[in-house]
Design a protein around this ligand. Structure first.
Ligand SMILES: Cc1ncc(COP(=O)(O)O)c(C=O)c1O
Length: 507
């Protein structure tokens, strides 16, 4: 029998060599060990269910003590430890110092709250350990079914293609790449952008999320080729200004190819005139992409869906199920009207990925033909479970309620002279500030106001009661509450107002 050579560890210690007939797998080794594992696994599941059930009793977030941070400096363990001990370490050193987006008081950035159903679906996906890059297995069909649901909900044709990706940053990149290849011809994939004499330009508003210029950069087109068009007072793109910019660029020898509209801007939740953009793209023969990271799912709420009219005419839509869809991270999605163009932008033949009519290699095209990833987890399962268990209407109701809470916060700000609303409330994002100048507006000092509001937000986060974030609106720092979590209620909105006032007065 072939013997593996002995292993020598970094200290020069020779460890017994593994043999090819060794039965040392990483599974529990006998039925007693399996029973112990089962009990321990149930304890771990119970702890996480308890965590979510009792989340309101915890701080939203808390500063991480130095000793806890130092704990994560230890070297890679050469020898393993008991699962129960590592779990205890997780409960002590990891769980209390999470970001806090499960908590109803979390209003920072645009992060979803997750659900118990999504959590257990993730466990099932991990148990199957499916690689959804391709091949002939039902996890691929689950992803295809979710794609058909998205087509139906967004009013897209049945032939449209869809793909789970990490998040909207990646989904926007996929869209830019497909639009680029359609504009330059698919031979650009082998020849490269530099070999093509045409200089592509794209158009979006100044409120665009930073991942779109990044996508232009990664696509080899350069972020400067993305023209940032001014917005109106409602933070929506100025349609006349885009048309002028396109005209100017054509006259200067550029090739306009793409317009990115936003359904729910990251700063203020504004929605571009999507129908107006669809008309413009049709007229100018440009690819129309919608970045709907969180806003696209407002389509599920009957009272909000009319705001998204025009999205159904887009060539592609990027959005996240992990934001308003409440699925656990990560679950980004890209929907593309022309599935053939989508495939031609990514398909990469390789002998070891040969397709077949039957057997495990059947079922082409595979998900890996529609995006950059070959290894892909079973993200679709948590979304499939979320939609099947809760239903589209319940998700729509959560989205409506988040917007109603944003309007409630807007009203509370309006009735509180010490607070000022800084942007119109279109969806679920409220930007406001504490007035440091008191009742005399002439004494307004930009630097003082910005510093004070920044400090208020840090103190709110450190209080563990509520956690908003900040942004800048026309150069002024704003306290930004993004209401995304299905657990958030009026109680947290009131706590935000009362504690902002208390912190502001205490400065
Ligand atoms: C409008 C918009 N686009 C893109 C993104 C990026 O999405 P992700 O963080 O999922 O990559 C966000 C994130 O909040 C966003 O609000």
């Amino acid at each position: 029998m072939l013997q593996a050579p002995p292993k020598i560890d970094p200290n020069g210690k020779v460890s017994p060599a593994a043999t090819a007939d060794s039965d040392q797998t990483l599974d529990p080794s006998n039925s007693r060990d399996w029973s112990e594992f089962r009990l321990q696994a149930h304890r771990m599941l119970d702890d996480m269910i308890g965590y979510i059930e009792n989340i309101r009793e915890r701080p939203v977030w808390q500063p991480i003590p130095n000793e806890v941070r130092a704990h994560f400096q230890s070297p890679a363990p050469r020898q393993g430890d008991e699962l129960a001990k590592v779990h205890a370490e997780f409960m002590r050193e990891v769980l209390p110092y999470a970001q806090g987006n499960v908590h109803p008081g979390f209003m920072g950035w645009v992060n979803g709250g997750g659900t118990p159903v999504g959590m257990v679906a993730e466990m099932l996906a991990a148990g199957l350990n499916a690689n959804v890059g391709g091949r002939n297995h039902i996890p691929v069909e689950v992803e295809r079914q979710v794609t058909r649901w998205v087509q139906e909900l967004f009013g897209f044709p049945q032939g449209a293609s869809g793909l789970f990706v990490t998040g909207t940053s990646m989904a926007n990149l996929v869209a830019v790449l497909v639009a680029r290849d359609v504009a330059l011809g698919f031979e650009v994939r082998s020849g490269g952008v530099a070999a093509n004499p045409r200089r592509l330009t794209a158009y979006t508003s100044t409120s665009v999320h930073s991942c779109v210029p990044k996508a232009m950069d990664i696509a080899g087109l350069g972020s400067d080729a993305l023209r940032l068009i001014p917005t109106d007072l409602g933070c929506r793109i100025d349609l006349a200004a885009i048309a002028e910019a396109i005209q100017r660029d054509r006259e200067a020898g550029f090739t306009p190819f793409l317009v990115v509209g936003t359904a729910g801007t990251v700063n203020a939740g504004a929605i571009d005139d999507l129908a107006g953009l669809a008309d413009l793209c049709q007229r100018e023969k440009l690819w129309f992409h919608v970045d709907g990271a969180f806003g696209a799912l407002a389509k599920l709420a009957p009272d909000l869906a009319p705001k998204l009219v025009g999205m159904e005419r887009a060539d592609s839509v990027a959005f996240d199920f992990h934001k308003w869809g409440q699925a656990p991270y990560d679950a980004g999605f890209i929907l593309v009207r022309d599935s053939e163009a989508h495939k031609q932008a990514f398909i990469s033949p390789a002998a070891y990925l040969q397709r077949a009519e039957r057997g495990l290699a059947a079922g082409s095209p595979w998900p890996c033909d529609f995006g950059p990833d070959l290894s892909r987890g079973f993200r679709a399962l948590k979304v499939w479970f979320t939609l099947k268990v809760h239903g589209v209407d319940a998700l729509g109701a959560v989205i409506s309620r988040c917007c109603a809470l944003a309007r409630y916060l807007e009203a509370r700000i309006a009735e509180t002279p010490e607070l000022e609303l800084m942007a119109p409330v279109e969806l679920n994002i409220v930007c406001f500030r504490y007035r440091t100048e008191g009742p005399v507006p002439e004494s307004f000092n930009l630097e003082k106001s910005n510093q004070a509001n920044d400090e208020i937000v840090i103190r709110l986060q450190e209080s563990g009661i509520v956690a908003p974030s900040t942004t800048k609106i026309r150069g002024r720092l704003a306290i930004r509450a993004a209401i995304v979590n299905h657990r958030t209620s009026k109680a947290e909105i009131d706590a935000l107002v009362e504690n902002t006032l208390a912190q502001g007065r205490a400065l």
